[in-house]
Design a protein around this ligand. Sequence first.
Ligand SMILES: [Zn+2]
Length: 423
Amino acid sequence: MVRKMGVYAVLAFCLYGLFFYWYLFYFADAKLPFEYEGSKADPATFLNGRELMLSEEYSKIRNLLFFLSTPFEWLFYFLLLLFGFSKAFKQWAESSSKYKFLQTAIYLIWLSFFAFLATFPLNYISYTLSKTYHISTQSFPSWMKDELIDFWLNYGTWLIIVPVLYWLMKKSNKRWWLYGWLLSIPFTLFMMFLQPVVIDPLYNDFYPLKNKELETKILALAEKADIPAQHVFEVNMADKTNSLNAYVSGIGSNARIVLWDTTLNRLNDNQILFIMAHEICHYVEKHIYFGIGGYLLLSLLGLYLTYRLMNWATRRWGKELKITDVADIRSLPLFFMILSILMFAASPFTNFASRYEETRADKYAIEMTKNPEAAITSFQELSRSGLSQVNPPFLVKIFRYTHPSMLDRISKLEEYEIKLKNK
Ligand SMILES: [Zn+2]
C-alpha cells in the first residue's frame, strides 16, 4: 500500500507538471487583445525584438518553476511521512538527547536539512535562470549566503513555534488551533516590527538616500504626505539584481519606505517621484495593517482547517503515514503540507486583495504627480528590467500576480493622460 501510494503521488505530480507545461508553453496566449495593439501598453512599442523574445521565454520558464515548486513541497512532505523519514528523525532525536526541547531542536534540524536538500535543485535552477537572462547579477557565494541565512532564520522561527504548538496539541487536542492562533497575533506583530531593522539588514544594506539632490525632491514629496524623512531608505541591490523595485515595510515606529538603488540609478527624477508617490499611498493608507489583519483572519480559518484535516488524515491514513497521534512531533510534515496547500489555495484571494491596493496606489500616485508620461515610461522600464510579461496568462495572473498586469497598469495611466489632455 505504502509503495503504491508513493507511486501515485509521484505520478500525480508529474501529470500536474505536464499540464502546466502544456498550459504555459502551448495553450496560453500572451498576445495582446487587438484593441491594445500599438498602445503604450503594447510591449512591441517599447521593447526591441530581442527583449520581446527574451521576456516571453523567461516568463514561461519562471512561471513553470513557480507552479512546480509549491506542489513539489507537498510531494516532499508526503513521501517523508510515507517512507518513515519523519519517524526516523524522531528516533534519532530521542537517542541523541533526553531533554524534550533538545529533541525537538534535533528533529527540526533533520527535517529542515532534508527540506533544504530537496528544494535546493529547483532554487538553484531558478537562480541560474535569472543569471542567464541577466536579471540577477548576484555571485554564487552571495546567493548561497542568502540561502543559508534563509535556512537559519526559518529554523530559528520554527524552533520557537513548534515546541509551543505541540505542547498546545498535547494540552488541548480540540482547541489547540484557537490557542495557537491567539498566540500568533503578538508573535506576528512582533516579527513585523522587527522585520525592517533586524531581519532585512541580514541580507542587504540600508541607508539614507545617497543622491542628495534627488533626496530633497523625494523628501519634499514625503513631507506632503506627513511621512518623516527618517522613514525613507535606500537599499543596496545593484550587486544582486538588475530589476527595479520599491516597497513599504515595518509597523509602528519602524514603518518605512525603501527604494532599491537600481530604481534610483536607472530611472529619471520624475519617474522615481511617481514610484515614490505609489509607495507613499501604501504607507499613508496603511496597507500593511490591512495585510496583517487579513492574514490573521485567514490564518484563523487556516489553522482550524489544518486541525480538521490533520485529524482526518491521521484517522484515515495514520498507519501508512506512520502517525499514531496528531500531538506527536512525527506529524509535523503533515502540518507543513496542509498549511502549504491551504496557503496556495488562498493565494488567488490574497493576490486579488493585493491587486486592489496596488490599483489604488497607482491612482493615488498619478493624481499626486500628474505626470503620465513619467509614470508610463517608468512602468515600461520596470517591464524591461525584469523581463516581465505585460499580459500574463489567466492562471499566472490569478496565482502569481500581487500587482495588476502591466497591461492594466499602463492602460489605466493612458486613460488618465487622455483625460488630462481633454481638460
Ligand atoms: Zn505597490
